[in-house]
Design a protein around this ligand. Structure first.
Ligand SMILES: NC(=O)c1ccc[n+]([C@@H]2O[C@H](COP(=O)([O-])OP(=O)(O)OC[C@H]3O[C@@H](n4cnc5c(N)ncnc54)[C@H](O)[C@@H]3O)[C@@H](O)[C@H]2O)c1
Length: 340
């Protein structure tokens, strides 16, 4: 049995805690939050011990694995502490706010022989797996161009009820680093080539109460000639399924989150759907997050037990980390703020 602890008992916490309790090879031994009432409630609900300082819980004699579910700016700090203590780390996205912090932790994990992975649960959807496998087999040929559209909704209360969301220093940005990071990662993972150019515009169009961007648009060029265009916003009235499309040498991909259709030029159609969410637990989860946390967590534990590298390892996730950092570097040069 792997002894597991979770730091951060907020919104995403139940997806992790319920998954740990559901999996046969793990036991939730500790939960930690600086807000005592949250830690106590979580501990009582999931049968774990409550901690209020992560340093008291992240110790090799207490934990094998720690899940990190705290505000973004703390991800590299707590990940690093755990890796120094000899504890395997599964951290919520994003890995860090800077490339420097991300690289430090990737190297630390490798030097210490520890597993370090970042939660990008969308990669575990049957739709995403089908597209990735079909590309890897060569059936679709090379990706020529990709497009990502994300239209979600973040009402003011999303920010007013949080002490870190909506801030550059603690969240690191808005719709790009927090919401669209999943869809941008999927497109980037599918193209799987070196980025040579990133253009981006960022804007805050309809959220005067926060400083970060609620909308982003951009264009990415890869070494092999592939391109990625994106338009992502939190100003839509609904949280629509994320949409990724690929135009490839031998066909097209139309992916609406859990569902993917691959239309090959020879007339064949391949489809995948993840409607029944078999083997996953999604306590308090939102449909637009997807329901694959349990699958990624199970895979991570298998990697720990069998000394296998997770495909969402920190080293692999450096690719989307770099893209996100580059989008902010470019986008901040001409940040547009609507005069509200
Ligand atoms: N993968 C997904 O689809 C998905 C979905 C939602 C959120 N997330 C990620 O999960 C993380 C948490 O988001 P959330 O919405 O649950 O945030 P939240 O604000 O609801 O919860 C964060 C919790 O961390 C606690 N915390 C802050 N500092 C701490 C510290 N030093 N030690 C211990 N606890 C501390 C806070 O008190 C709070 O309870 C973020 O990285 C977010 O991007 C991922």
């Amino acid at each position: 049995m792997l002894k597991v602890g979770i730091v951060g008992c907020g919104l995403i916490f139940p997806m992790h805690a319920a998954s740990v309790n559901f999996l046969p090879n793990a036991q939730l031994v500790g939960v930690c939050d600086i807000k005592k009432d949250r830690a106590d409630k979580a501990a009582a609900e999931y049968g774990a011990r409550a901690y209020y300082d992560y340093k008291d819980m992240i110790r090799k004699d207490i934990l094998d694995v720690v899940h990190i579910c705290v505000p973004h700016y703390l991800h590299p700090v707590i990940s690093r502490y755990a890796l120094e203590q000899g504890v395997h780390v599964l951290c919520e996205k994003p890995m860090a706010l800077t490339m420097e912090d991300a690289l430090t932790n990737v190297r630390l994990a490798e030097e210490n022989g520890l597993k370090y992975a970042i939660v990008f649960q969308c990669r575990y959807n049957d739709s995403a797996k089908l597209v990735k496998e079909t590309l890897e087999k060569g059936t679709l040929g090379k990706v020529i161009s990709a497009r990502v559209v994300l239209t979600w909704s973040k009402p003011d209360e999303y920010y007013t009820t949080s002490d870190w969301k909506g801030t550059w220093d603690k969240e690191g940005g808005g719709v790009v680093i927090n919401q669209a990071i999943h869809s941008l990662d999927l497109a980037n993972w599918f193209i799987d080539d070196e980025i040579v150019e990133v253009q981006a515009h960022l804007a805050n169009r309809a959220h005067p109460i926060v400083e970060i961007e609620d909308t982003a648009e951009g264009f990415v060029r890869y070494q092999n000639g592939a391109t990625l265009g994106f338009w992502v916003t939190n100003n839509y009235g609904d949280n629509d399924a994320i949409e990724v499309r690929l135009h490839c040498e031998k066909g097209k991909v139309v992916m609406n989150y859990n569902h993917a259709d691959i239309f090959l030029n020879d007339g064949t159609v391949l489809s995948a759907d993840t409607e029944n969410h078999t083997g996953s637990i999604h306590r308090d989860g939102m449909a637009y997050w997807g329901y694959q946390h349990t699958h990624q967590i199970a895979d991570f534990y298998d990697c720990v037990e069998n000394d296998r590298e997770p495909f969402n390892s920190g080293r692999d996730i450096l690719k989307i980390q770099k893209l996100v950092c580059d989008i902010y570097t470019e986008g901040k040069k001409n940040f547009y703020r609507h005069n509200q």
